[in-house]
Design a protein around this ligand. Sequence first.
Ligand code: ATP
Ligand code: MG
Length: 394
Amino acid sequence: MNKELIMVRYGELVTKGKNRSDFIKALYHNIKRMLKKFKTLTYEVKRDHIYIELHEENYEEIKPILKNVSGLASFSLVYKLEKDLELIKTSCLELLKNQNKKTFKIKAKRVDKTFPLHSDDINRQVAKTILQNTNYKVDVHNPDVLLSITIREDCVYLFENEEKGLGGYPLGIQGKALMLLSGGIDSPVASYLMLRRGIQIECIHFASPPYTSTKVIDKIIDLLKILSFYQGSIKLYIIPFTTLQKKIYEYASESYAITIMRRMMYRIAEKVALNNKCLILGNGESIGQVASQTLVSMKEIENVCTLPIIRPCAVLDKVEIIDIARKINTYDISIRPYEDCCTIFEPKNVTTAPKKQRILEIENAFDFSSLVDECVNNVEIKIIKYDEDLSEFF
Ligand code: ATP
Ligand code: MG
């Protein structure tokens, strides 16, 4: 058969009126970056579709990558034919004979109105050829193979079933979020869900050396290598948290230490976010999972911030979160047994309903704001780039 190309259909961005061309541009650049290793691909960007010509590249290797592009609704492998009905018939036959399916449907569309046959006539004539030459049956509601034929001005496009992309928006269109990344199971999943929605991320991690091992940082970096597949590179802010954390444990009772610690984390995260043009904060919290994740705790913790806090995992249960972690290959890294700063200092009877009055009494007893500033000023920044060696994961 003739030249092969991939037709990419846009996601929700079609509804976005005048921003449309920015959306398409962003999607195009994201696709190009993610398919960088396929050197001979060429691209054609149109109002409704992006066409990717395959040349020598293998569609089966490209397919799993395109399924992970945000803003991409669906895509199909397309055969480009000359405008000749006999050729269309034999090509459809060839496509169906190459697979072991039972039912089909033909869906013709005539963009070029000068083409002598109407779409219904094309449907009927092609179907007739298939019925006469194969054991396939027609099923118009739920066919195993849907063959679409588009008659364009210059040629005919013939394509099979659509593959789904991630939908949502192209990465970068929505602006940046600062994600609190702990190295556990939930926060990498939350970060992925943000990326999938097209939100660019930067990450902040609170480290308490020597109580936390440098292996935790290695773990965070390995997680970010996986996540950077969706974004190319991710900026990581590592906050030296030990001094402030020890101070908290000096002043807070056991049951309030986690609440106060979280409030400090968000104070620091907000400053880093504002310094770096991040519009929102994000975390891996799931409602009710632990004491600091009850609604009362969340409210008392988040009211130190003015930026919105988005919790993509809030309404998922642990099993659902783990399923996603497995799917995106972060699970095995997350369960490596190194402690993060919360688990090391974890007190036993953490309050699930902290009282504002009590919180303020504790916080007013020491000068936390200079310690918060010290954390922000001593931040260590790393840029984690996507590692091509991981490409077999996707
Ligand atoms: P995770 O699996 O993401 O660690 P978790 O269920 O263990 O979540 P917590 O440890 O209570 O829950 O943390 C809740 C959220 O707070 C995390 O998802 C993360 O966003 C943030 N967080 C906790 N510890 C840290 C840390 N050391 N650095 C950065 N963020 C953190
Ligand atoms: Mg944790």
